[in-house]
Every structure is written in structure tokens, then in C-alpha cells.
Write a protein that binds this ligand. Structure first.
Ligand SMILES: Cc1ncc(COP(=O)(O)O)c(C=O)c1O
Length: 392
């Protein structure tokens, strides 16, 4: 059996038709396969590799930490400088009301924990999310997912999960004094990078403040620079009560976190104590990777360059078959006529050496979420290949 057959036989897959690129190396903007072919990565492991692959600063931090100590104790008991330094840096960069961070391993864990925090702190049970939202695949996150397709086969799910409609101000009436939390992505990811309009996020903030509901921003995909600011809430000027992050924060290492006020955070540690626990949460090697990524972003102008790079993408993606380039910063969706054209763009792209990818909830758009380190020449090259494929 070759490796593809062994992969299909011995490893779990997520779809019946995985891409099956056999990776040998990844460096900067490129992934190399076993045959030596290079692919320009326009997806960054689904918005995760903020600084490209194997950024030297991240690699060095991880190697150094791995040689000093790795896992020593379940999360939250010992003082570990990789976690503490990262928490301090985040507190320095965030508003005063967001000064305490709980580290986990993934985005969905941050969502699950923040749902629990909202229930504990308000004594309410209802969680409201948006139609067409995606917050992860575990059963709590699935309960608040904004589409039935992925939920119906897994019921029963959590009760008291209701919806508002993204960008629909009228639907905000659904947020009431029974609502523990509203969880919302500043930019809706899985639907193809839908951005907030007409002061929607500010109106959600106002409604939550009025009825005593926690506002939780799911910045798992927007975080660390993608919208042109470190976090999306800065781009839209609305401060949440709880900020969930993951993906791009780790610079390629697995980590998730949620940040809130010290007062709210302390609620989780008592009555019952150990109200939320994780063995590997905030693994030292992941925290140093996240800190290295954050420091690199703070010390360079990569985030400032995001809007110019967005503009260049929009300039080079002018083609009669492209209906719209949607999104913000370096989270862009190429809207095409139909699913077949999207399929062709992704598969022909791989043949021609670019990696683009699909969205979970829409089959008429193709995702571009490259590392923030993408150069202008690489954007032009990507645009040229995409237009060439659409010409075929
Ligand atoms: C907006 C959003 N929330 C939550 C998640 C779940 O994160 P993870 O896959 O790290 O659990 C994702 C992952 O794609 C996401 O895009």
C-alpha cells in the first residue's frame, strides 16, 4: 500500500475526498510535498500560521522551551513563565477590562469554557449565537452552531440555545434578561467572511449591556492581525466582556485562550473549585510560540501592511468570473458562480502550485487567508494563477 492508501485506512478523515498532499517540509509561504513540488500557501492552515511556516523566531522559542521544560503539571497550579509572560503581554495590549487569560489547547475549548463562565456568572442558561455562525465541533459549540446541516444527526444537544441574525438589528430583541451570553464572530468565517454592517456589533454590545448579558467575541479566526488590527474588536471599535482566541495566536502551534476581567475569571476557580480544568491547556511550548508570534507582530509593521495587501488582492482578482471579493484584511472570500467553479479553482490551483480552500457553509466561494507575511509579488503571482485557472 502507498501512503495515500495507508492514510485512508489507518487515519480518521473529515471528508470522503481529502486533498492528500503529502507534506515533506513547510517554510515561509511555501509547503513542499514529497515529490519536491512547492505550493504557495494562501490558506495558512485555515488562518493559523500568522507568520508563515516555521518562522525562525517561533522555532527558536519552541526549541529552547522544549529543552527547558514541557508539561509539568495540570493547567493553573504552577507558575510557568511561558504562560505568565504571554498573559502579561496580552493584558498590556488589551483594554483594562480584559486582563486575565485562561489558556487552553484549541479554539473550541475557549468557546466551551466561556459558555460555562457566562452561565456561572449570570445564573442564566440561555446562550445566543448568530445564524450561520461556526464556533467549533464539540457538542456545546455544536449546540450554538448557526446551521442545522451539521447538527441534526447529533441531537439531542444543549437546551436554551437561540439565535439572532448577523447584521439584522431587529433580531437583537431576542437578547433578553434570560440570556447568559451572546457569542459572536466579529467577521463570520464559515459563511465566507461576512463583515459587520450598520453598526451591528455596537448595537449587540448596547443590547447586552442593557439586559446584563455577557458579550463573548469569538476571535478564533480574526485574531492576531487578520483584520488589520491585532484583534477584530479593535477594527470595529466594540469591546466584548470575553475574548476567545486561538488559531493565529500560536504561530503554528496548538493553543486557545479566553480573556476577561480578573473578577469574572475568578468565578471559575471556586464553588465548585476546579469548575473548568485542562491537563495540557497553555502548554509551555505553545505559549512561547504564541508570545514569539505576538512580539514579532508588535515589533514589525506586518499588521499595518494588512490593508495594503487586501487592496492589492482586490486589484489582482479582477475577472469576469469573480462576482465579488468579500471580507476584510487577509481574510478574503472569492465569490464565484457555482460550486463547480470553486472546486475547479481549488483542485487546478493545487496542480498549478497554489493552495486555496473551501468554506464550511458556502460552496460558491473560495477562501484566501494567507500568512500575514505574504509579499506583494506573491499576491500578484497568486492573482495571476487564479485568473489563469478561471480563464481555462
Ligand atoms: C470562528 C471559529 N470559532 C471556533 C473555531 C474552532 O476552533 P478549533 O478548531 O481550534 O477548535 C473555529 C475553527 O475553525 C473558528 O473558525
Amino acid at each position: 500500500m502507498d501512503n495515500k492508501e495507508l492514510f485512508l485506512k489507518h487515519q480518521g478523515q473529515t471528508t470522503p475526498y481529502p486533498l492528500c498532499i503529502e507534506v515533506s517540509k513547510a517554510k515561509g509561504m511555501y509547503i513542499k510535498d514529497k515529490s519536491g513540488k512547492s505550493y504557495l500557501d494562501l490558506v495558512a492552515g485555515i488562518s493559523a500560521c500568522t507568520l508563515g511556516h516555521c518562522h525562525p523566531r517561533v522555532v527558536k522559542a519552541v526549541q529552547k522551551q522544549a529543552a527547558e521544560y514541557m508539561h509539568v503539571m495540570v493547567y493553573g497550579e504552577f507558575i510557568q513563565s511561558p504562560q505568565l509572560e504571554l498573559a502579561k503581554k496580552l493584558a498590556l495590549l488589551l483594554p483594562d477590562s480584559l486582563n486575565s487569560t485562561y489558556f487552553l489547547n484549541s479554539g473550541v475549548e475557549a468557546i466551551e469554557a466561556s459558555m460555562k463562565l457566562a452561565k456561572r456568572s449570570t445564573g442564566r442558561s440561555e446562550i445566543i449565537s448568530c445564524k450561520n455562525s461556526y464556533h467549533g465541533s464539540t457538542q456545546g459549540a455544536l449546540s450554538i452552531m448557526g446551521t442545522e446541516t451539521y447538527k441534526q444527526k447529533f441531537r439531542p444537544l444543549l437546551p436554551d440555545c437561540n439565535k439572532i441574525i448577523y447584521n439584522d438589528l431587529d433580531s437583537l430583541e431576542n437578547i433578553t434578561s434570560k440570556t447568559a451570553a451572546v457569542i459572536i464572530e466579529p467577521v463570520q468565517g464559515a459563511t465566507g467572511f461576512i463583515t459587520p454592517k450598520n453598526g451591528f456589533l455596537k448595537a449587540v454590545r448596547d443590547r447586552c449591556s442593557k439586559v446584563g448579558t455577557l458579550l463573548i467575541f469569538d476571535e478564533i479566526q480574526t485574531c492576531y492581525g487578520r483584520t488589520g488590527n491585532l484583534f477584530g474588536f479593535e477594527t470595529y471599535n466594540v469591546v466584548p466582556d470575553v475574548l476567545c482566541m486561538a488559531k493565529g495566536m500560536g504561530g503554528g502551534m496548538p493553543i486557545g485562550a479566553f480573556t476577561t476581567s480578573t473578577e469574572l475569571m475568578h468565578i471559575l476557580s471556586d464553588n465548585p473549585k476546579l469548575g473548568h480544568i485542562s491537563t495540557f491547556g497553555g502548554h509551555p511550548t505553545s505559549c512561547v510560540a504564541a508570545l514569539a508570534t505576538l512580539n514579532e507582530l508588535c515589533e514589525t509593521n506586518l499588521i499595518e501592511q494588512v490593508s495594503a495587501k487586501e487592496k492589492l488582492f482586490r486589484d489582482v482578482l479582477k475577472h469576469s468570473k469573480i462576482k465579488e471579493v468579500r471580507g476584510v484584511g487577509l481574510m478574503l472570500a472569492i465569490e464565484l458562480a457555482d460550486a463547480d467553479t470553486c472546486q475547479k479553482l481549488v483542485t487546478r490551483g493545487i496542480e498549478k502550485g497554489i493552495i486555496t480552500f473551501f468554506f464550511l457553509f458556502t460552496d460558491t466561494a473560495v477562501r484566501l487567508s494567507p500568512p500575514l507575511t505574504i509579499s506583494e509579488d506573491e499576491i500578484r503571482e497568486a492573482g495571476r494563477i487564479i485568473c489563469e485557472i478561471l480563464n481555462e
